[in-house]
Structure formats: C-alpha cells, structure tokens
Design a protein around this ligand. Structure first.
Ligand code: FPP
Length: 251
C-alpha cells in the first residue's frame, strides 16, 4: 500500500496542543453561490473531522476559535445562525464526545452568550468533565486582549485586597489567571483561508508556537490537512531562543 500522509507523522513528536483559527466560511459560501451561514453549516463537518483526527492521533488539546468578541458586529441574522448552529451541534455531538472520551471546555466570556447556548454548553461540559482522551476547547466570545486585561484586573484586585504581593506577579502566576490556566500552551497554531493574521487569539499562549497557514477554506479542511500541518510542524527546528533544536517547550 502506498504511504499515506498519516504514515509520515512521527507519533513520538506530536504537538500536545493544536489551536486553530477557522476562517473562510463566508468565502466558501460565496464560491458556492450561497449565503454566509451556509459556510458555517459546512464548517461543522470540518470541526468533526478535525476533532476525530486529533483524538485518533493522541493530541491532548484542540482549541478552536469559534466566536470572537469582535464577531458580535456581524449582521444579527449571522450571529443568531452561529449561536443556533452551536447549540444544535453541541447537543447532537455530546454522544460522540462521550463515546470518544473527549472533554468539552470553553475559553472566553460565555456569560454573554444566549441562554440556550450556555445551557447546552454547560450540560455538555458537565457530562464530559471526567473524560481525558482529548480536551476540545471552544473559544467563544473570546479575545486575547480581553483575557489579558481580565487577568490583570483580577491580579490588581488581589494585590489591593492584600491577597497577593506585587513582587509575586511573574509569568507563571499571570498565566494561572488566564482562561487557559492549567492547559499546555499550543505548540502549533493553524489558520485556514490564506490569511496571515492572529486576530486577537491566544497572544500570550502562542509565544513559541509554530504557525501554519493554509489556503484551504475552513469548510474544506479535513484530516489530511491536519496531518499536513503536523508533518510541517515536525520539520521545523524548535529552539525557544536557544541554539540547539529541542522538541519540548521548557517549563
Ligand atoms: C470564520 O469564517 C468562521 C467563524 C467566525 C465561525 C466558525 C464556526 C463554525 C465552523 C461553526 C460551528 C462551530 C462549532 C465549534 C460547532 P468567516 O465567516 O470569517 O469567513 P470569511 O472570512 O470567508 O468571511
């Protein structure tokens, strides 16, 4: 049998955490002569295939940028459609997450999401909270500047209240106040649709991440694109500011 892309992956050097900026749903819909929400609907298939591929490979964290704090300015019908899609997808996929031992987590301010959306997310997070094959992290109403400002505000409050000393504020402590507290930083960040931007996503956490940009529009993204990104990642020389390549990020 000819070697597949998957065969080219070194399973001993997998990233522990992959983060993805899913982009291009609107353009994909336009290419198909449809309205933007059609692209989001088809984006769900890409989410499913990507999550399945990552879980099968043994990736421990997959973080998807599903809705940014900036996305609220989109037309109301599109925001509503995205929220409805989120509710229906979470409800429909909970069984699959349970079967595959995948834990659902969120980052971002979900208190601002519609009530039915919060309900289905909370129910799914509760049902999957003890699963540990892979963590599927949805960034919802998330932006990195928001998260960093929130952490700074909380820390400042604790200093004011005498619970923390300003001299104790270092990188480790600061990171423990981010919404990703306890998660490893992503080693690989993928952005689809040929855009070369980070768009306010995990700015602190991607300090040493390898960046992979692909022209594929999100609804067309499939497991082979995940494999290709990992193969490219494994070809990179990771030095973390040093001289020799190292495979794992220093603690
Ligand atoms: C970016 O494409 C995509 C989004 C803002 C939403 C992503 C949402 C999904 C894939 C659907 C549901 C997700 C989950 C996790 C169930 P865009 O609209 O910015 O595309 P454009 O740049 O071509 O306009």
């Amino acid at each position: 049998m000819p070697a597949t892309l998957k065969d080219k992956i070194d399973h001993s050097a997998l990233p522990e955490h992959i983060a993805i900026i899913m982009d291009g749903n609107g353009r994909w819909a336009k290419q198909h002569g449809k309205i933007r929400t059609f692209g989001h609907q088809h984006g769900v298939e890409a989410v499913r295939d990507t999550a399945e591929a990552c879980a099968e490979l043994g990736i421990k964290y997959l973080t998807l940028y599903a809705f940014s704090t900036e996305n609220w300015v989109r037309p109301k019908y599109e925001v509503n459609a995205l929220m409805t899609l989120l509710v229906s997808t979470i409800s429909a996929e909970t069984k699959t997450l349970l079967k595959n031992k995948i834990r659902l987590l969120t980052i971002g301010d979900i208190s601002k999401l519609p009530a039915d959306c919060r309900k289905s997310l909370n129910e799914c997070m509760e049902k999957t909270k003890n699963l540990d094959r892979m963590n599927l992290v949805l960034a919802l109403n998330y932006s990195s500047k928001w998260e960093i400002a929130e952490a700074a505000r909380t820390i400042a409050g604790k200093v004011e209240a005498g619970e923390l000393k300003s001299k104790d504020v270092d990188e480790k402590l600061f990171a423990s106040f981010l919404s990703t507290a306890g998660m490893p930083d992503p080693e690989l960040l993928i952005r689809t649709s040929g855009e070369y931007r980070i768009s306010n996503f995990l700015l602190w956490q991607i300090a040493y991440a390898e960046l992979h940009f692909t022209p594929v529009l999100w609804p067309d993204f499939r497991r082979n694109d995940v494999y290709q990104a990992i193969i490219d990642f494994q070809k990179r020389e990771r030095r973390f500011g040093g001289i020799k390549p190292v495979t794992k990020q220093h603690a």
